[in-house]
Write a protein that binds this ligand. Structure first.
Ligand code: RFL
Ligand code: PHB
Length: 392
């Protein structure tokens, strides 16, 4: 097979890139290792920046998002048994965020792609990228029981953190910057109406808790737990009791409980791979970087990469001008590091440090108080959370 852009990975990054290229009449093929059902059910992100919503609109993939997405005007911070609303539109000149599950974005993009879009092969696992430094890189992949090749002008490595694309960079040509955090998140999905209108980020002496949602009838909640925690040690009642304790405030408020339909533990890490391009292979999304989920940024960052990459590939194909492609890594990494900093700040401010002492605790409270007491500090959070402008 031959194509202009070979895309490895059918997650949000790969699917959105395919959609944007298709709309610009550029050939591409998406290779996705997993089955369609698996990709469409994988529970992950839920909070979309304004820029992510705009990008999905531009891609003509936002009909259901517009109808069903929940627009939020801010978030709530809880600490010291108090609640504080951070008003995004007032602090950012009108920006909002939207709750719409990653699973639904993937379903919408897959449906568009299968309905006359470019080829999308499920259960097609990329094994290697060869000749990345040449003008015709080749992806070797396994599909329907046999090894096949896809020859491309460009290869987009959108295969997530556990993909093969990063491994294509020769020894010494790239550097990884990484941080593991000393805690994980236990996440649950529950069939119960959310007990809030906006997301609650709670910092308590017992640790962090987050109340998010997927729809008016489905809640998504997270608890800070020690690394190595087994979800099996957390029966539903224990999860609800701990959540209720961490969200407790002096005002009248109760956490509604309901049937738990999913429960899992996720480790927290930051990871940045520099540069994001080697020859004609370009990385986008989790293939190049991971942030801890406290800032709700992973999916948004993947979409930001893809917006830059689509524009760069379209410019190169239409006019032969590779200036944007040549600056791809540099342009993306500016944002990546800002988002990594924001996610790291949010994480450290809100989680109980396992070996922290009373001083650390006071510092965290002082940071939170600064945000609720100063319009400048609150605006800094609101601007970063609702999404920095795309630097192009
Ligand atoms: P994905 O989604 O991992 O997709 C990569 C795809 O590549 C496939 N693949 C291969 N295909 C072919 N050949 C190979 N050799 C392959 N190897 C892998 C995989 O099967 C997969 O389909 O990466 P992508 O597209 O870069 O998207 C990134 C996002 O998924 C991720 O950043 C977010 O989910 C992170 N995240 C959140 N981001 C937000 O913006 N807002 C949030 O609220 C948010 N919450 C979260 C999150 C991630 C979480 N977890 C589980 C890590 C909450 C959690 C709990
Ligand atoms: C989610 O809804 O899954 C979610 C929301 C905000 C975060 C992380 C996860 O910071």
């Amino acid at each position: 097979m031959r194509t202009t852009v070979g895309i490895i990975g059918g997650g949000p990054a790969g699917l959105l890139l395919a959609r944007l290229l298709h709309r610009a009449d550029i050939d591409c093929v998406v290779l996705e290792a997993r089955a369609r059902e698996y990709v469409e059910q994988r529970q992950r992100a839920g909070m979309l920046e304004q820029g992510t919503v705009d990008a999905l609109r531009e891609a003509g993939a936002a009909d259901r998002l517009t109808a069903e997405g929940l627009v939020h005007q801010g978030i709530e911070l809880r600490f010291a048994r108090e609640r504080h609303h951070i008003d995004f539109p007032a602090l950012t000149g009108g920006r909002t965020v939207t709750i719409y599950a990653q699973t639904e974005i993937v379903k919408d993009l897959v449906a568009l792609q299968l309905d006359g879009g470019p080829p999308l092969l499920f259960e097609a696992e990329a094994l290697a990228v060869e000749k990345a430094e040449s003008e015709a890189p080749v992806v070797r992949y396994l599909h329907e029981g046999r090894e096949q090749t896809l020859t491309c002008d460009w290869v987009a490595g959108c295969d997530g953190f556990h993909g093969i694309s990063r491994g294509v960079f020769p020894e010494g040509s790239a550097r990884a910057y990484a941080r593991e955090y000393p805690y994980s998140w236990l996440g649950i999905m529950a069939e119960v109406a959310p007990s809030c209108d906006e997301l609650i980020y709670a910092r308590g002496e017992r640790g962090f808790a987050l109340h998010s949602m997927r729809s008016p009838t489905v809640s998504r909640l997270y608890l800070q737990v020690p690394n190595g925690t087994d979800a099996g040690d957390w029966p539903d009642d224990r999860v609800w009791d701990e959540l209720a304790a961490r969200f407790a405030i002096d005002a009248d408020w109760t956490l509604a409980r309901g049937p738990v339909t999913a429960k899992s533990v996720t480790a927290m890490r930051s990871y940045v791979h520099e540069p994001m391009r080697h020859g004609r292979l370009l990385l986008a999304g989790d293939a190049a970087h991971i942030v801890p989920p406290t800032g709700a940024k992973g999916l948004n960052l993947a979409v930001a990469d893809v917006r830059v990459l689509a524009r760069a590939l379209i410019a190169a194909q239409r006019t032969g001008d590779t200036q944007l492609l040549d600056r791809y890594s540099e342009l993306c990494l500016q944002r990546v590091w800002q988002v990594t900093r924001f996610s790291d700040d949010m994480t450290k401010m809100l989680h109980a440090q396992p070996d922290g002492d009373a001083f650390d605790h006071r510092m965290q409270l002082a940071r939170l108080r600064r945000i609720t007491a100063s319009r400048h500090a609150a605006a800094e959070l609101a601007v970063n959370y609702s999404g920095l402008p795309l630097s192009l």
